[in-house]
Design a protein. Structure first.
Length: 231
């Protein structure tokens, strides 16, 4: 499963450098939010995840249900407890049941249909717990991208808030490639301020723009390529 593990000393060097860059970006942020680093481990080896775990990393993000579940099972068998799995890909209703056994947070709720399916399945599985979730927003109104449009966010947030399965965290976005991501992040923050979410969290920023995202209020950044780069 996944690619060959990155040389341990290089992986440690990359990871340490990212943590330093996050700290510098946080120092420039007016609100001084603490930023959660989610390491995007899509297509990466179990050995690489083990290396990062030993360095103190606990939050990992996956785009595909099957890959997340297989990695979670294998790492549990090896005694790596305490990992928090974040689902950051497009979620299909037929995959919800399998995902919920292992996931700790879903960042990509994007329709009433998927909200109701996750609620139904989670109620059956863990009725005494609430699942942390984000709404994925198509912040730049791209016709080929998933996520709800900005004008649909409030309505969907109300549905989520009215279901006791969820701990509504806030909003997630991926800005349009080649555009000014700072403007997109700023709009997501303003949109979030209109929601019934007293402790708004923003899942925004990836390898090429996470520092800007943190400066604009990100509480969660999703970084993969800068950590797993081979040079």
């Amino acid at each position: 499963m996944g690619s060959n593990p990155l040389q341990k000393n290089l992986l440690e060097k990359n990871y340490t450098q990212i943590l330093k860059r996050i700290n510098i970006a946080q120092a420039l942020q007016s609100k001084k939010n603490k930023t959660c680093l989610i390491v995007v481990s899509k297509n990466q080896s179990i050995e690489s995840i083990e290396t990062l775990f030993k360095l103190g990393q606990r939050d990992f993000g996956e785009n595909y249900v099957q890959e997340l579940c297989k990695k979670a099972e294998k790492l549990n068998q090896k005694g790596y407890t305490g990992l928090r799995w974040h689902f950051i890909g497009h979620l299909q209703t037929k995959k919800v049941k399998a995902l919920l056994n292992d996931v700790n947070c879903i960042h990509t709720l994007d329709s009433e249909k998927i909200v109701l399916e996750v609620h139904r399945r989670w109620s059956e599985l863990k009725s005494n717990q609430r699942l942390p979730v984000f709404i994925e927003v198509n912040i730049d109104n791209e016709p080929t991208k998933t996520g709800v449009l900005p004008e649909q966010v409030y309505s969907l947030s109300q549905k989520i808030k009215n279901l006791n399965s969820f701990d509504f965290q806030g909003l997630m976005c991926i800005p349009k490639r080649g555009s000014s991501s700072r403007g997109s992040f700023a709009r997501l923050l303003e949109l979030g301020k209109t929601l019934p979410c007293p402790e708004l969290k923003l899942s925004m920023g990836m390898s090429d723009d996470f520092e800007i995202a943190i400066q604009e209020g990100a509480t969660h950044v999703r970084i993969g390529s800068e950590i797993f780069k081979s040079s």
